[in-house]
Ligand binder design. Structure first.
Ligand SMILES: NC(=O)c1ccc[n+]([C@@H]2O[C@H](COP(=O)([O-])OP(=O)(O)OC[C@H]3O[C@@H](n4cnc5c(N)ncnc54)[C@H](O)[C@@H]3O)[C@@H](O)[C@H]2O)c1
Length: 314
């Protein structure tokens, strides 16, 4: 980055810490703030621990240099003074976001864009009455954003094109992969796709077509292998000699027929949840969940490293 681009990370819990790492890794100056001042020191320590882990696996060159870009601020106004961008990551509670944005509206420099990490609340729900609402939008990460780079960028109806473009450009500069969601909708894109897949997965197990492990194997050893480097449209484009249209003409009737059976909107029953939960607990006891999460993060690190190496090849 040519100038000392400064980012305020507002809310320093799980996602705020991860964002601090993303921005500092790219050389931005990062100021962390939190509604609970006593959370700040441990939050910065956690960023340092994560930076060390990434250094050990080759995803960060120098964790100490990275951490020299990260400071904590106990006063919100100090964190926001002269910043170029704000990444808000306070709890997923509308009233909390609304109260905070009233402060951000007056304390944030006028030219700075404010992105919210919200997983589900549209920006219009907490920015409507702000004086500078045109610079507010959603920048929804996937946990943890320093290993999973996609970020969904979604403005409210009044968000300016300049704010959207500025956030997209920033995300590219800090090595994230922004996706512009053109209109507000619940769940944005990623969680709607995940929701569609989960709905069918629960249905197939409920109706006894496959067991819980068989379903996971189908994704892990099947569809999921390609998904780490290509999406569903590119997948089908390559699966028929004439490309996507050829695929649709060959298999469209089958998918149309299947779709007739995929119309239920019934909630997952408690019995079904219990059945799938106990199948998972047989494979992985509750006390092993933490270890398995650490294992997942190690696998993600290895995959991120692999993808980084591929991107650096001509
Ligand atoms: N956890 C995830 O997997 C995930 C993924 C993507 C997006 N998000 C979104 O990120 C946001 C933050 O989630 P998280 O998982 O980091 O939550 P978290 O509970 O880990 O962190 C929230 C932080 O906000 C602070 N806080 C609480 N009330 C506050 C207030 N009134 N004002 C200021 N700070 C306050 C807390 O002290 C805490 O440090 C949410 O909007 C969530 O939907 C979470």
């Amino acid at each position: 980055m040519s100038k000392k681009f400064t980012v305020a990370v507002v809310g320093s819990g799980l996602i705020g810490q991860a964002w601090a790492l993303v921005f500092a890794r790219a050389g931005c100056e990062v100021r962390m703030w939190d509604g609970n001042p006593s959370a700040l020191k441990p939050a910065r320590e956690m960023v340092a621990t994560l930076a060390q882990e990434l250094q050990q696996c080759g995803l960060v060159e120098d964790a100490e240099v990275l951490m020299s870009h990260v400071q904590v601020c106990e006063v919100l106004a100090d964190a926001l003074a002269n910043v170029d961008y704000v990444q808000e990551s306070v709890p997923e509670v509308l009233a909390v976001k609304q109260a905070l944005y009233a402060q951000l509206d007056t304390l944030t420099p006028e030219q700075a864009v404010i992105g919210s990490s919200t997983s589900s609340i549209p920006a219009s729900a907490f920015t409507e009455n702000l004086k500078h609402r045109q610079r507010c939008l959603v920048a929804h990460p996937v946990n943890p954003p320093y290993l999973v780079p996609v970020v969904e960028i979604c403005g409210a109806p009044w968000t300016s094109q300049e704010a959207v473009q500025s956030c997209i450009d920033l995300m590219h500069r800090v090595k994230q992969k922004p996706v512009h969601v053109r209109r507000e909708l619940e769940g944005f894109i990623l969680n709607r796709l995940q929701g569609a897949l989960l709905r069918e997965a629960f249905r197939l197990v409920e109706q006894g077509y496959v067991d819980v492990d068989g379903l996971d194997v189908t994704i892990r050893e099947g569809l999921g292998l390609r998904w780490s480097f290509m999406g569903p449209f590119e997948t089908i484009d390559l699966n028929a000699p004439g490309g996507l249209a050829d695929y649709c003409h060959r298999y469209g009737d089958m998918y149309q027929s299947i779709a007739q059976e995929q119309v239920s909107t019934a909630p997952w029953s408690e019995q079904l949840i219990e059945e799938i939960h106990s199948a998972r607990r047989t494979m992985l006891p509750t006390e092993s969940l933490g270890d398995r999460r650490n294992w997942r993060d190690r696998r993600l690190m290895a995959l991120a490293l692999h993808k980084k190496m591929l991107e650096s090849q001509p």
